[in-house]
Write a protein that binds this ligand. Structure first.
Ligand SMILES: Cc1cc2nc3c(=O)[nH]c(=O)nc-3n(C[C@H](O)[C@H](O)[C@H](O)COP(=O)(O)OP(=O)(O)OC[C@H]3O[C@@H](n4cnc5c(N)ncnc54)[C@H](O)[C@@H]3O)c2cc1C
Length: 364
């Protein structure tokens, strides 16, 4: 069979651009299609990622971290060295954490440029409406064919919706950018401030990204907008931007591939449920998927190699993250006084291990 492309990638966010970068680098003819006119804009993100050094610690089985994450200074707004976890009583547990707060639109634009440099082509302002066999069908009815079709369209990816029955728990999120003077530390807030989720204050250069994610089934009828406004009011500064979105929080789905279809990033549930990190995991998954596509086209390896390699690199991290989320669900659904009591010097290391996807009790 002759196809227009070796691979068509739906969505050019961190997952799609990274798949494209590595597939094209391995010699595949790749087209990325995105409905946005500028990929990465409008902003829908808290913009926090761990530094490369921190990532090496958090994801010890992922090789060549520095080769994958080459975030240039222009995409970094601020750096942090600590993270505080704030109990409903206001008590704070503070941990060392090396993080980078991004200018996410610049970050995503640079990922697109990296993929283009490797030879991938991009079609923007173009929505994929449907997938039929080896064809994707655009909103204007045009059909384009590929040997492999990759869904990187985020939580509402059309390939995932059509061919995967598995459901993910989606947490709804509201956030603002606020001008003002904020401390260097990232703070995460738990308890009834953000039922079933958490709220954040992530300092940026000259301001902060402040947000809240909840599970509506635990919010006792209070809307996210009301809860968000209550939370934002605690901070002093001028709101310059409002955004929102959804975060898939069930962990990765069971099967990333079906015949010649693959899912990567949020479409595959790669967000770490215990902390909401999805940018770096989408790129880790994207590199593996891109390399496997290239080897599939060149050497005929099967696409399910992608999932095997993911499990090897990220299987443990995801397992412990899901466990941390399950434990957090129990704790953070409790009354505020109980949650606050649970924030103490004995539980401090355990809470941190759960959030950073490590076995809470050392070995298991
Ligand atoms: C409010 C919020 C805050 C967050 N904060 C953080 C954070 O601080 N740190 C972190 O690591 N993660 C954070 N995340 C998660 C992170 O943003 C995602 O995990 C990450 O963007 C996943 O990348 P992706 O490429 O899979 O999906 P996306 O970045 O969502 O990219 C999907 C792309 O697909 C395109 N697309 C979708 N459907 C179609 C279609 N039918 N046709 C064509 N194109 C399509 C979209 O336009 C988009 O460009 C946050 C998420 C939200 C919503």
């Amino acid at each position: 069979m002759e196809y227009d492309w070796d691979a068509i990638i739906i969505g050019g966010g961190p997952a799609g651009s990274t798949v494209a970068r590595y597939a094209a680098d391995g010699g595949a003819k790749v087209l990325v299609i995105d409905r946005r006119s500028v990929i990465g804009t409008p902003l829908q993100c808290g913009e926090l990622v761990p530094s490369n050094l921190q990532l090496k610690e958090l994801c010890p089985d992922v090789p060549d971290i520095d080769e994958l994450f080459r975030t240039p200074d222009e995409a970094i707004s601020r750096k942090t060295k600590t993270m505080g976890l704030v109990a409903p009583s206001g008590k704070k547990l503070v941990y060392p954490f090396e993080g980078q707060i991004l200018h996410r639109p610049i970050h995503d634009r640079i990922l697109v440029e990296m993929a283009k440099t490797k030879g991938a082509e991009f079609l923007t302002e173009t929505r994929v409406n449907d997938i039929d066999g080896h064809n994707i069908i655009l909103r204007n009815g045009k059909r384009i064919s590929a040997r492999v079709i990759v869904g990187c369209g985020g939580p509402h990816d059309p390939l995932r919706k059509k061919f995967w029955k598995e459901k993910s728990l989606n947490i709804t999120v509201n956030f603002v950018l606020m001008n003002g003077d904020f401390d260097d530390r990232v703070d995460l807030y738990f308890g009834s401030t953000a039922p079933g989720g958490y709220a954040w204050m992530i300092p940026k250069d000259g301001g902060a990204n402040i947000g809240i994610g909840i599970q509506t089934r635990f919010s006792k009828g209070k809307s996210l907008n009301v809860m968000a406004d209550d939370f934002f009011e605690q901070f002093e500064g001028e709101i310059t931007y409002r955004g929102g979105g959804v975060l898939p929080m069930s962990g990765n789905i069971s099967n990333f591939t079906k015949e010649h279809y693959m899912l990567v990033g949020d479409a595959a549930g790669m967000v770490l449920p215990s902390n909401g990190a999805g940018i770096t995991t989408a790129m880790i998954g994207g590199r593996i998927a891109g390399q496997v596509i290239a080897e599939h086209i060149r050497d005929g390896i099967t696409l399910d190699q992608y999932q095997m390699r993911w499990n090897k690199q990220m299987g443990k991290v995801m397992k412990y993250s899901k466990r941390g989320m399950a434990w957090g669900n129990l704790m953070f659904r409790s009354p505020d006084w109980l949650v606050s009591t649970g924030f103490n010097s004995v539980t401090k290391p355990l809470i941190w291990r759960a959030i950073t996807c490590r076995p809470m009790f050392g070995l298991f």
